[in-house]
Design a protein around this ligand. Structure first.
Ligand code: GLP
Length: 241
């Protein structure tokens, strides 16, 4: 595992550099897309390079990590809409180039299985962007998630719902209770993992991720077993290393 400690702006440039190098080498690369605040600067940087430096996403595909269950299709915080707003529209990705787990499906288990098949059919994820929750989740794999899990329904912890309430006007009751998420086994199958974490509130999760025992109670710690994992953290998030 490679750990880089740098200011937040620099971390975004490093993540964008990795994605740009991949796209220049493999224009039809498959990118794993994360939501939350951590990747936003990376998406800004990619959008800037698309416009100013001709970085093309025309042949690339994106696969989202996770989605809330049963948010209305036009809801501002539905992850499909977040990804459309923050990255897809800005790099001229057509809707069919970006896929996500279907949190509105009548048969959620079948939709999860279909999503696994879609990732496999695309040849797997080349580079997966990740954030980490304060409780150590990646995607929405909350503590206790099987390290071998695949895309499935999960119940969000109160901690995660409280953390994400800021996206729902500060009202935790408006945050969905369930989600569909790629499993830890799905995430681990990506060829390169790039995780970003900033701020003191992530220090314990980063400590457990990098230095703790590999444990389902800190799901991000599974990344220690990945052959190509890059962890990009600022001083505050690195303060317990
Ligand atoms: C959210 C998302 C994760 C994200 C994490 C951290 O709940 N499901 O994919 O990485 O929590 O979010 P943030 O980057 O806003 O701290």
């Amino acid at each position: 595992m490679e750990v880089v400690i740098a200011p937040a702006g620099r971390l975004a440039v490093l993540a964008a550099n990795a994605i740009e190098a991949l796209l220049r080498r493999k224009p039809d690369a498959v990118l794993g897309l994360a939501t939350g605040s951590s990747p936003l600067r990376v998406y800004d940087e990619l959008a800037r390079r698309h416009v100013e430096a001709g970085l093309s996403f025309a042949q690339a595909r994106g696969f989202m990590l996770d989605e809330y269950v049963d948010l209305p299709t036009d809801h501002h915080e539905r992850y499909r809409n977040v990804i459309e707003r923050e990255i897809a529209s800005r790099v001229e990705w057509a809707p069919e180039q970006v896929s996500g787990p279907d949190g509105g499906a009548d048969d959620l288990p079948a939709a999860c299985e279909a999503y696994e098949r879609a990732i496999a059919a695309a040849g797997g994820v080349d580079l997966q962007l990740l954030g980490v929750g304060t409780d150590g989740h990646i995607g929405f794999n909350e503590p206790g998630s099987s390290l071998a899990s695949r895309t499935r329904i999960k119940t969000l912890t109160h901690q995660t719902r409280a953390d994400n309430a800021r996206f729902f006007g500060g009202d935790v009751d408006l945050v969905p209770r369930h989600c569909v998420t790629q499993g830890l086994g799905t995430i681990m199958a990506a060829r390169h993992l790039v995780l970003l974490a900033t701020g003191k509130q992530k220090a314990e999760a980063v400590h457990q991720l990098v230095e703790g025992p590999v444990s389902a109670m800190w799901p991000a710690s599974v990344m220690q077993l990945h052959p190509h994992a890059t962890v990009l953290v600022d001083d505050a998030a690195a303060s317990r290393l």
